[in-house]
Design a protein around this ligand. Structure first.
Ligand SMILES: NC(=O)c1ccc[n+]([C@@H]2O[C@H](COP(=O)([O-])OP(=O)(O)OC[C@H]3O[C@@H](n4cnc5c(N)ncnc54)[C@H](O)[C@@H]3O)[C@@H](O)[C@H]2O)c1
Length: 264
């Protein structure tokens, strides 16, 4: 797949949930374009692994264990990263959890987890970094939202609600940051075969008496363009959104999803 090429030498990216799946893809792509990368994740070992991949390829990375529901940990991580790299240009508020698939009997603790990580965690992450970007009067903030924040459905309801909130938060924060020259946008991945999506596929396949491969073939068939989203579809969009070409794009939700978000 040919990718948009952007030189990010001298730039610094701070990425939550960077230890796996889409976040890992953002980390590796930013690094291969020349940016230094602050790889943060609740799973510190996973963050270390991604940072090691970057440094082995000649890039610059710092791994930090950060739970996005912990405001103090986020503030410390931002301070630590600025002490190391002097500044942060790009924030990827990417960490997320799927939560329960059930439609009605959702335990209070499950509501708390999904909303705490997926929307409060996003807001706390931005709260920790936004003042730095405002002071520099530059920066790019990218949220990882989802088509599930737009499309209604009878399952993964807390997840859908949390991602709908991320879309509204993106638009509100865009208004806050606009006078400071900082853009805020949401990337809405389509069905992307990360550990999160594959464990959901396995559980759903078992429920329906299908093999994982049968379920995935059926799932791909329900996508208007009949293709899953590749990590490169998301990293290519991110490259564009942090580039000078996107300097006036703000408050938008863009979905490299083969038409899933648009379809009913
Ligand atoms: N995979 C898809 O099909 C898909 C589709 C739409 C949106 N998304 C979104 O993309 C983002 C990344 O998901 P993914 O598919 O790569 O999943 P993933 O499970 O592979 O990665 C998620 C990462 O977030 C981390 N994380 C979880 N809770 C955290 C917390 N409290 N603090 C910090 N880190 C935490 C995990 O440790 C993990 O490394 C999520 O926001 C998800 O909702 C994914």
């Amino acid at each position: 797949m040919s990718q948009i090429s952007v030189d990010l030498t001298g730039k610094v990216a701070f990425i939550t949930g960077g230890g796996s799946g889409i976040g890992r893809g953002f980390c590796l792509q930013m690094a291969s374009s020349g940016a230094a990368v602050v790889v943060t994740d609740l799973n510190g070992q996973a963050a270390e692994g991604v940072a090691a991949e970057i440094t082995a390829a000649g890039g610059d990375a710092l791994a930090l264990t950060v739970d996005v529901t912990d405001a103090a940990a986020l503030e410390f991580a931002v301070e630590f990263a600025i002490a190391r790299f002097d500044h942060i240009d790009f924030l990827f508020a990417n960490a997320g959890v799927l939560g329960p698939a059930d439609y009605l009997d959702i335990a209070p603790a499950d509501w708390d987890l999904v909303l705490d990580v997926n929307i409060k965690g996003v807001a706390l992450t931005c709260r920790a970094l936004a003042p730095h970007m405002m002071a520099r009067r530059q920066g790019r903030i990218l949220m990882t939202a989802s088509y599930n924040g737009v499309r209604a459905g009878a399952h993964v309801i807390p997840y859908r609600v949390s991602k709908a909130a991320v879309l509204m938060y993106t638009r509100c924060l865009a208004m806050v940051m606009a006078p400071y020259g900082v853009t805020v946008n949401a990337i809405c991945p389509g069905v992307t075969l990360t550990p999160m999506q594959l464990s959901y596929a396995e559980a759903t396949a078992a429920e329906q008496g299908l093999t994982r491969e049968q379920y995935l073939a059926e799932r791909a068939g329900r996508i208007p363009m009949q293709q899953f989203t590749a990590i490169e579809d998301l990293t290519g969009l991110a490259q564009f959104l942090v580039s000078d070409s996107a300097r006036l794009i703000t408050g938008q939700a863009i979905a490299p999803d083969g038409g899933v978000m648009t379809s009913s």
